[in-house]
Design a protein. Sequence first.
Length: 82
Amino acid sequence: MNIAVYLGSNMGKDPTIKQMTEEVGKWLAENNHTLVYGGAKNGLMGVVADSVLSNGGHAIGVIPQFLELKEQAHADLDELHI
């Protein structure tokens, strides 16, 4: 199943949010779900994508062209739609 996750492009102030975001990514991968998200490498968006990928899952990014460079599009995704 494809599951869309909406997160910030920064880390926020509470370090437990990063840990929970990593757990969500791990859960997605372990349960054979595909992450669909904003396509960025930075912030919590990058954390969830990295977690999915490092746990053997699949990640699809969708990012508008005007944000591709500003938000540093994630180059290691299975698919990146600009």
